[in-house]
Design a protein around this ligand. Sequence first.
Ligand SMILES: C[S@@+](CC[C@H](N)C(=O)[O-])C[C@H]1O[C@@H](n2cnc3c(N)ncnc32)[C@H](O)[C@@H]1O
Length: 287
Amino acid sequence: MAGSLRALAFLQTLPPDRRQPNLFFAALRLVGGLPEAGVAFDDVLTREGDAIAAVMRARRTQTNEPGRCACLLPLLAQLDGPLALIEVGASAGLCLLPDLYGYDWGRARLDPPGGTGAPMFPCRVNVRAPLPEHHPEIVWRAGLDLSPPDLGDAADVAWLEALVWPEQTDRLAGLRQATSIARQAPPPVMAGDLTRDLEALIAQAPADARLVVMHSAVLTYVSDPGARADFARLMRSRDLHWISNEAPGVFPDHAEGLTPREDMFLMALDGRPVAWTGPHGQSLDWL
Ligand SMILES: C[S@@+](CC[C@H](N)C(=O)[O-])C[C@H]1O[C@@H](n2cnc3c(N)ncnc32)[C@H](O)[C@@H]1O
């Protein structure tokens, strides 16, 4: 992109919050297919620029990566259950079903409870990672998203698939398997803004389960630092567990005293760092 004047000029026609690589590449691929070389890339932009821009204005980066559950599940399994799970920025809600997937952590495996057809997510772990022998008991779950994709809508599903980088075919297979599990047991995801509508959702959680509010790759899109701070205050003021799985710059206080790890997320429980995680759930380095 940096070498293509055509691409740079194109991006300048879009609002700053739409000039995101994931959004651009997914829109370009959705409209024009996968270009094989730089020249083809410029050709697609010249031919289909308006259609690509329309997708980039209408859609957002909603990469729903159920493989992240391979990192979230060991932490969830450490909490006293039964659990009530809220995910903010849930996209289509695939990470709300960690108890329905299987995991291969190398030195331990957890088979999916439903048997065949469910994804088995691989994840490299360090020796410290506590690996559960059982799925945690999740008795209630709900998601919140600015615009939840509908897994029954072919265009929404095509968008989620376009967001998976083309060479990462294992991720695509996992997404498709998780999607078919979710169609059998659809996780409810409400349309709403986590900076405004979370309290109302918290009020709906059952009193007899331990409430967990979690998010991964979401608060980075809340660009106002004041709104992030308000969110963190809400998390600390309520009787709940808060799991944050984000780039370390999102909540710098979670990363205090840690040596930054390039291209890794930091998973924190109730504001305390717990593990470095691969951004798509591919690795778990427990602290
Ligand atoms: C990169 S996706 C991550 C989805 C999911 N958490 C996962 O790990 O697979 C970010 C999601 O956050 C949502 N989002 C961003 N800002 C939000 C906000 N203020 N309130 C609710 N959802 C938001 C987007 O719509 C998008 O679906």
